[in-house]
Design a protein around this ligand. Sequence first.
Ligand SMILES: *[C@@H]1O[C@H](CO)[C@@H](O)[C@H](O)[C@H]1NC(C)=O
Ligand SMILES: *[C@@H]1O[C@H](CO)[C@@H](O)[C@H](O)[C@H]1NC(C)=O
Ligand SMILES: *[C@@H]1O[C@H](CO)[C@@H](O)[C@H](O)[C@H]1NC(C)=O
Ligand SMILES: *[C@@H]1O[C@H](CO)[C@@H](O)[C@H](O)[C@H]1NC(C)=O
Ligand SMILES: *[C@@H]1O[C@H](CO)[C@@H](O)[C@H](O)[C@H]1NC(C)=O
Ligand SMILES: *[C@@H]1O[C@H](CO)[C@@H](O)[C@H](O)[C@H]1NC(C)=O
Ligand SMILES: *[C@@H]1O[C@H](CO)[C@@H](O)[C@H](O)[C@H]1NC(C)=O
Length: 882
Amino acid sequence: MARPKYAVLLSGLIASITGADARSCSLVSTPGQVGVIPKWDVQSTSQVTTDPLALAKPGVDTSSWHHANVPRCTIMACLLASPDFKETDTEIFYSDNLDHFDTDQFRVPWLYRNEFALKPAPGQHYFLQTNGITSRADVFLNGKKVADKVLQSGAYGGHSYEVTDIVNRTNAVVIKVYPTDYFQDFGVGFVDWNPRPSDNGTGVWREVNIKQTGPVALGPLRITTTFDKPVGQGSAVVTLKATVQNLENKVVTFVADGSVGSIKLTKSVTLQPLALGEVSLQTTIDNPNLWWPAKWGAQTLYDAQLSVSVDKTVSDKTEKKFGIRQVTHQINAFNDSIFSVNGRPFQVLGAGYSSDIFLRWDTARFTTQMQYVLDMGMNTVRLEGKLEHPEFYEVTDRLGVMVMPGWECCDKWEAWSYNDNIENPAVWSDADYDTANASIYHEAATLQTHPSVLMYFVGSDFWPNDRAAAIYVGALKALDWQLPIIPYAARKDGYPAIVGPPSMKMDGPYDWVPPNYWWDVTPSSDRLGAAFGFGSELGPGVGTPELSSLTRFLSPSDLSDLWQKPNASVWHMSAQDSSFATREIYNLGLYGRYGAPEDLDDYLLKAQMMDYEATRAEYEGFSALWNAERPATGLIYWMLNGAWPNLHWALFDYYLHPAGAYFGTKVGGRTEHVAYDYVKKGVYLINHSLDKAGARTVEWEVMGLDGKSVVKGTVATTTVPNTSKSVADLSKALGSVKGVVFLKLVLSDGKSTLSRNVYWLGATVDTLDWADSSWYHTPVSKFVDLSGLDKLKTAAVTTTVLPGSGGLKVVLSNKATVPAFFVRANLVDSAGEDVNPVFWSDNYVTLWPGETLELDVSYAGGKAAKVQVSGKNVAKAEVAVP
Ligand SMILES: *[C@@H]1O[C@H](CO)[C@@H](O)[C@H](O)[C@H]1NC(C)=O
Ligand SMILES: *[C@@H]1O[C@H](CO)[C@@H](O)[C@H](O)[C@H]1NC(C)=O
Ligand SMILES: *[C@@H]1O[C@H](CO)[C@@H](O)[C@H](O)[C@H]1NC(C)=O
Ligand SMILES: *[C@@H]1O[C@H](CO)[C@@H](O)[C@H](O)[C@H]1NC(C)=O
Ligand SMILES: *[C@@H]1O[C@H](CO)[C@@H](O)[C@H](O)[C@H]1NC(C)=O
Ligand SMILES: *[C@@H]1O[C@H](CO)[C@@H](O)[C@H](O)[C@H]1NC(C)=O
Ligand SMILES: *[C@@H]1O[C@H](CO)[C@@H](O)[C@H](O)[C@H]1NC(C)=O
């Protein structure tokens, strides 16, 4: 059901908000200060006849333009932020409305304009600094052209233009942005992840700054740390570095002052007229407090400052936080990547991050997303392109989430003659290589000091050609890059010699595969995405939101199609021209394994069961096989989150509501865990910690749908550092099982339960047809029969909600003689709306007859009113929050 097409209001009705206050208060007033252009008036060139040079003069009336009160926005993000624009996210994302939004209006250049005040005086210098404008831009200031679209090109092309001779007390800046075609321009694209944003991400999506300095200016601060002994055993040598430029046509002598924490450093330097130089200050820190990934220790950050002064007056200054840590990278005997952090082998358990579809940034939202990453037991996010703002890395530094940044695939960034994913790739021109150079310089300078950065990918699906690779590596080295540089995230038949051979796999899957897929490893390693090596993007494609989220963006007919038209194209899946525009492969599995759903509720519950099983097995497989004969060295789940409200490829939905895929991951990602191997029917002990030690007990029990114990056992064991191991073989115990059974695994240290977890298993596993695999999935020729779950007798579960530490405690008790299967608890406010974000210790749990489980839940804000409880064989109930 489509709603009427949108018409865009092109003439604003709101009076100009470029008021006198904005123009009179100087954007910057001291040397070293950086001011952000705080907001933009935005208009299409189809509506403006005035020449940009004339528009870039103070006093032009832009009251009829759109007024985006934000410092950075793509055109779509600016429009959505403008009071005159009547559409909202709710409407744009509803059903297929985005498909009807007018994209033609973005085929012409648009204008961004702002006026700001400065107090220029002799001896002061001013710079206009960009951080990337999509796809390219002409920049005008006070009636002069500062940069043209050849130089100011690319989403990451950041430049610093000296504008000392142009600035005045009142200044007008105009930026003319040119349309983006992902195959011709260096944009931020989403490939097949989702429909394209209507404007292809065009615009001033990153801040434009004005910087003031004295006669000497500093470049970005770089910080290196080197160690005399193995990390953690001795001291660290910390070096602060930056380029320095004499902006005056006379010799200058200046003093560079640096500090690292409370340590002060100083040096006197002389520069020839207009010369460029380098300043470097060094110190040694004994027994430094190391920065660690979250699971392994503290995220200690040090403050570093660098300033240059001429005649005792500060001329420029810069400061950054940094962490002392070391990352190393090895390629093992199987040619697979293994990273180490501070000398400890670091198994990457991560997921692919997506920006917002309109590239909007919200630090609080991002912080929640990273808290979710840690809550699920992961340690890393990958950025395939989508390199965000500096705030991104400030959050990951603070929380201890590692980041794998790099360029994106499938468009201009990888337009190589040998890239068979792109039809007629537009061969790079000399100017394109310059854009690539500016891009890597800018991004590397942003990333260089952040301890959460693990490495850099100079390619994604394909390797860069030798000329591009030399530019990337040259820039990284010039900026003191100390981290591994990886050629690309796949393994094909080429690589740039300057970077070295590939060491990761990108062999799928991207669509649904059954849980046994991950465990199906063979000595010949021919099982694509199964748990061996380093998988740079792989997953069973799941992440179905619950109904409370779905009703926010699906129409009633979209909802009924979900379960009644299982093969239909769905707008809220991937891009319509991609292999993921339908839920056919997923639904084939759901209907084949669990039986045809009776209604939408039944479909969604079965979907949550599928999603949970799917993610749990992937994380368990990789965790358990970390020290297998061919170790599973890393996993990037495809994907962490959606750019918009979507139905798959996400571990939590767009509204930050966690469901089955989230809690499956959270179980599979537990620091200490005990997991079931669907193929060998073994039980694996997993230990991702650096220090948790001691004796452990594993208890296991198989139970029928009738609640009768089939077989059970106990194993006493100890774990071994850096390994996981098989502690029990259940093949005999499960050998005679007919129909569906439950398997409960419990790990304890004698005092408390460290991990508890229930599987539902059929008499067989799904039969994978490996020979018919495609790049995105491996089909199942015979599904496991789990339809017996539909016949479970009803279980009465009581729910008690108590105050808990930092939130609530929800006590579930199964009063029945049969298991209470897949019980979900959901926190809602008095209006019945989900409380998001929300952190549950566990959820979607299965209780043995007579068993009681306590779930802890914490949440931000004080709106929680009720806990809703329901399950496969548990009636819906609601309990008030005390
Ligand atoms: C600065 O503005 C004043 C008027 O406000 C003008 O007279 C002067 O020429 C301007 N200076 C420059 C460098 O454009
Ligand atoms: C966006 O880019 C695609 C190519 O990736 C192009 O076909 C399309 O016309 C562009 N859309 C706009 C509005 O420029
Ligand atoms: C690893 O890669 C090298 C080439 O870089 C190749 O000679 C060698 O055979 C590969 N080893 C394995 C186990 O594939
Ligand atoms: C890349 O940019 C840097 C810094 O602007 C410059 O010094 C260098 O010469 C450029 N390299 C190439 C290959 O263009
Ligand atoms: C969906 O497609 C599958 C083949 O992939 C087919 O077996 C099934 O019957 C189709 N279902 C419907 C409802 O059309
Ligand atoms: C830890 O395990 C990994 C993967 O099995 C292995 O490559 C590495 O050498 C081990 N490191 C130590 C210190 O045992
Ligand atoms: C888990 O491994 C670490 C080293 O990685 C080790 O110190 C610790 O003792 C192990 N835990 C258990 C329970 O054995």
